[in-house]
Design a protein around this ligand. Structure first.
Ligand SMILES: [Zn+2]
Length: 275
C-alpha cells in the first residue's frame, strides 16, 4: 500500500498540473462515475485543487463535486502531456481527467467515487481517519490518545491503523520502529511516553523529508523513499526489505515476520530492537 508521503506527493503533482484549468475530457471505467459525469458534465468545469487526506486523494471540481480515489495496493495516478506514451497498458486505465496541457490517468485504482463537497466531512471513511501525519495541523495529543486507547495491541498493528494515525504505511512502520529501537511486537501498554514521542517525531520527520513536489514521472515516486542519510539507492532503508541481511548498526541478520489481519510484513533487528 502506498505510504502517506507518496499520496501527498501525487496530490501535489496533480495539483500543480491541473489546478485552475478547465477539464476538456473525462473518462472512466466506473459506471457510477460515468453516470454522474453524464448528468453533470465535468467538461463544463475546472479543477479547483487536488489534496491528500491520509491515503485518500481528493480532486475538487468547480461545480462542487469531489473525486475521491484510494490506491490500496496497486493503484496509482500518472500525469502525461497530451499524446505522450503511457507507462502502463491501456487495460489498466480506470480514470482520465484531461486539461488542455495535461492528462491525469488513474491506473488500477480500486476505489473511486464522486462526493458533494458539503458531504465530505461526514464521509464514512474520511471522517474516521486519525490525525494526518502529513497534515499542516497534525494533532499530536489526539494521536497519542488514540494510540494509548489500544493498550493491548502491538505497536506494529497500531501504527498501520489509519483510524489511529493517517498516512503511515508498512515501510515507515518498520523503519520508525528500528530508528526508535522498539520491538514491533511490543504492546502499546509497555511503551513509555518518551518512546512514543520518538515514534511520532520520527514518523513526522521521515514523511515530511520524503515529500517533494517536483513534476517528476509519478511512477518513480515509491522508489525515492529514504530513511537513512545515505545516497546509495541500495542503502536508503534501515530494515524494510532487508530480511537476513546484516543490520546496518550491529550486523545481526534482520528478521521478518507477518502480522495482523492483512498479514503485513514486518522487518526488525533482534539485537537493536530487543524490547
Ligand atoms: Zn541491529
Amino acid at each position: 500500500m502506498p505510504e502517506g508521503d507518496s499520496i501527498f506527493r501525487a496530490a501535489a503533482t496533480l495539483h500543480r498540473a491541473l489546478a485552475g484549468k478547465a477539464v476538456v475530457r473525462f473518462e472512466s471505467v466506473f459506471p457510477a462515475l460515468t453516470r454522474i459525469h453524464e448528468d453533470n458534465p465535468l467538461t463544463a468545469q475546472s479543477v479547483d485543487r487536488v489534496a491528500a487526506q491520509g491515503k485518500h486523494l481528493l480532486m475538487f471540481f468547480s461545480g462542487g463535486l469531489v473525486l475521491r480515489t484510494h490506491m490500496r495496493m496497486n493503484g496509482s495516478w500518472h500525469i502525461y502531456r497530451p499524446n505522450e506514451r503511457w507507462q502502463r497498458p491501456h487495460r489498466d486505465m480506470r480514470i482520465i481527467v484531461a486539461t488542455a496541457d495535461f492528462e491525469a490517468v488513474g491506473f488500477n485504482i480500486p476505489v473511486a467515487e464522486f462526493i458533494r463537497s458539503q458531504a465530505l466531512r461526514k464521509h464514512r471513511d474520511l471522517s474516521k481517519l486519525g490525525p494526518d501525519v502529513l497534515g499542516n495541523t497534525f494533532d499530536r495529543e489526539e494521536a497519542i490518545r488514540r494510540i494509548r486507547a489500544r493498550a493491548s495491541s502491538t505497536i506494529a498493528d497500531v501504527l498501520l491503523n489509519q483510524r489511529v494515525l493517517a498516512g503511515l504505511g508498512n515501510v515507515y512502520k518498520s523503519e520508525v520502529l528500528f530508528m526508535c529501537r522498539i520491538n514491533p511486537f511490543t504492546p502499546v501498554s509497555a511503551i513509555d511516553d518518551a518512546r512514543l514521542a520518538c515514534i511520532l517525531d520520527t514518523a513526522q520527520k521521515l514523511l515530511r523529508a520524503n515529500v517533494t513536489t517536483g513534476l517528476a514521472p509519478m511512477t518513480t515516486y515509491a522508489g525515492l523513499r529514504r530513511t537513512t542519510t545515505r545516497d546509495d539507492p541500495s542503502e536508503r532503508l534501515w530494515v524494510y526489505g532487508r530480511a537476513r541481511l546484516p543490520c546496518r548498526r550491529c550486523e545481526s541478520p534482520i528478521e521478518i515476520s507477518k502480522h495482523g489481519t492483512d498479514a503485513r510484513l514486518t522487518y526488525w533487528c533482534p539485537q537493536c530492537q530487543a524490547s
